[in-house]
Design a protein around this ligand. Structure first.
Ligand code: ATP
Ligand code: MG
Length: 558
């Protein structure tokens, strides 16, 4: 859809910084990175970061690396590593060169730690994790120095090697940067930079039993890769001091800079991998790609297009103000995209039998209609829609009696069947509970696709040929959470709406839909945008997922 020019990132405070850096020559080529921790699937918040980092590289003819921040072997997994690469590609971006990992730099990171020790800027601390926390102080009180803080360089070297060689149990020792226990920034009060962990790492296996901490690893990895602009979210604002401190005190030639932007918070959605993980493992949803989740794999399965997500990220912009974006902002992006390019089709979600009593008589004999796939896009072609004397219409499109506002079918009045005849309902059959089971109608002869004098139906309803259709499964999705900000709830799981999925087992869909395969998208006329479910569909038996309703508000009576 959009041209590269139309996709350009709108000006923001980061593009201002880059423009300035390029102008005064501190940077000659922009280099960014997207650094996910492989401890879950990517979500819509990550899309903001991906679109920004890869988008800057595109707009400034620079590069963007994909780097797995894999310093925590306990939570990381190959499944996540694979899904993240797939999602970045699906969003339409290509990283520069090979995929990188913080773990690729473990040897170098270890040597930089030794360098800090040799400069008297790091020490092995044998306080317990609880004591370290206690000694750290608070925002109001300065921290207290560890009794191990003033060990000699030689002793620190020996003990750090002992850490590496398995001489300590977890929690018995760690390496700390020696900075300032009285700093107003708690992250500068001798932060831990290495800890002992006996865990098998997804890539380095059992080679290491000590792992570097995020703050130490990230800045050095950025410098090794010659990143120029290292963009993260606002919660790392204070940590920028530590980022700069580490790079100032080691021998490395590149000096990346960190810039912080606000996170994307989206209504009715969770953007925390830890919480998403709970929803998945506790069985609240059907996996990380459940179409009700705003993970990228969930959105994909729901029918969101990469273009619509990129457009959403472009519209929300990049600032330092914390805010929460309405779900309707995301929905309108996919609606606009699919409106332009999804072929139209007819599907009756709650089928009610409609018999045309005069079918077969003169002027009411058509067996199919040629119908455009998209009224505004003739190049999308036409298809044959089957017709007979027995149709399905939607239960909601018929009432025995109704007031003038009701423009659909009621006894004694006329509507047009989409692309087809004008019909008038003459009677209906009911079951013992009073539910209407069949409507009888008469078609106006020769009215198929054209006006007939004396007949001016107010409404149009859609139908499917009951004798020649596909009876398949359609899934409708509501919001997964009952509250707009589930992340703020103490027990967010209690806000899950257990009725957010409606499965319609035997919707009546026009025959052409039977051969649909994922990731096809359709507009089911008068219903909404739907896509073929990529997981549960079988050849000749597609399952359809509701992507988004046709309009934002509740469907008004048509
Ligand atoms: P989570 O809480 O979901 O684990 P995270 O920030 O720990 O989030 P990472 O995998 O470390 O997740 O994030 C990779 C990149 O994506 C980081 O640069 C991070 O700042 C960015 N990011 C994560 N969540 C958001 C968000 N909601 N909005 C914008 N950027 C985000
Ligand atoms: Mg993280």
């Amino acid at each position: 859809m959009a041209s590269p020019e139309a996709e350009k990132i709108p000006r923001n405070f980061i593009t201002d910084i880059i423009d300035e850096d390029l102008k005064n020559g501190t940077v000659t080529q922009v280099a960014t990175r997207f650094p996910p921790e492989p401890n879950g699937y990517l979500h819509i918040g990550h899309a903001k970061s991906i679109c920004l980092n890869f988008g800057l590289a595109r707009d400034y003819h620079g590069t963007c690396n994909l780097r797995f921040d894999d310093t925590n072997p306990v939570k990381e997994d190959m499944e996540y590593i694979n899904s993240i690469q797939r999602d970045v590609k699906w969003l339409g971006f290509e990283w520069n060169g090979e995929v990188r990992h913080s773990s690729d730099y473990f040897d170098r990171l270890f040597n930089y730690a030794l360098e800090l020790i040799d400069k008297g800027l790091a020490y092995v601390d044998e306080l317990s994790p609880d004591e370290i926390r206690e000694y750290r102080g608070t925002l109001k009180e300065p921290g207290k120095e560890s009794p191990y803080r003033n060990r000699s360089i030689e002793e620190n070297r020996t003990l750090f090697l002992k850490m590496r060689d398995g001489g300590y149990k977890e929690g018995e020792a760690c390496l700390r940067a020696k900075i300032d226990m009285a700093s107003p920034f708690i992250c500068m009060r001798d932060p831990v930079i290495y800890r002992v962990r006996y865990a098998t790492h997804a890539l380095t296996g059992d080679k290491w039993c000590i792992y570097p901490m995020y703050d130490f690893t990230h800045c050095i990895s950025d410098a090794i890769e010659h990143i120029t602009h290292s963009i993260c979210t606002l919660e790392f604002q204070d940590n920028r001091r530590l980022y700069d401190w580490v790079l100032e005190h080691i021998s490395i030639d590149a000096r990346p800079h960190q810039y912080e932007m606000s996170r994307l918070n989206l209504e009715y959605s969770i953007t925390s991998k830890r919480k998403l993980n709970l929803l998945v493992t506790e069985g609240y949803v059907d996996g990380w790609d459940d179409p009700r989740l705003t993970t990228l794999s969930g959105l994909r399965r729901r029918g969101y297009t990469p273009e619509s997500i990129r457009e959403f990220c472009r519209r929300i912009g990049v600032t330092k103000q914390e805010n929460t974006v309405e779900m309707s902002a995301l929905e309108s992006c996919v609606r606009e995209d699919l409106n332009a390019r999804a072929p139209r089709a007819m599907a009756v979600l709650h089928p009610l039998r409609l018999v045309i009593d005069n079918y077969g008589e003169e002027g009411v004999t058509e067996t199919s209609f040629k119908v455009p796939n998209h009224a505004d896009q003739p190049e999308m072609g036409e298809r044959e829609v089957s017709f007979s004397g027995e149709l399905f219409i939607d239960e909601a499109d018929f009432r025995e009696e109704a007031n003038k506002q009701y423009k659909r079918l009621k006894l004694g009045s006329e509507v047009r069947l989409r692309h087809s005849y004008i019909i008038k309902a003459v009677s209906c059959e009911k079951d013992e509970t009073g539910k209407v089971t069949c409507v009888h109608a008469e078609a106006v002869p020769f009215s198929a696709g054209r006006d007939v004098d004396g007949h001016k139906p107010k409404g149009v309803i859609h139908y499917v040929d009951a004798k020649n259709c596909y009876r398949g499964e359609v899934r409708l999705y509501g919001r997964l959470f009952k509250v707009a900000n589930p992340g703020a709830e103490e027990d967010f799981l209690s806000t899950v709406d257990r009725d957010s999925l409606t499965v319609i087992k035997d919707a009546a869909l026009e025959k052409s839909l039977q051969s649909a395969v994922a990731p096809a998208h359709y507009q089911f006329e008068r219903e909404g945008y739907f896509c073929v479910d990529s997981k549960d569909s079988k050849e000749g038996a597609p399952v359809f997922n509701l992507t988004v309703a046709l309009r934002e508000a509740k469907k008004a009576a048509v």
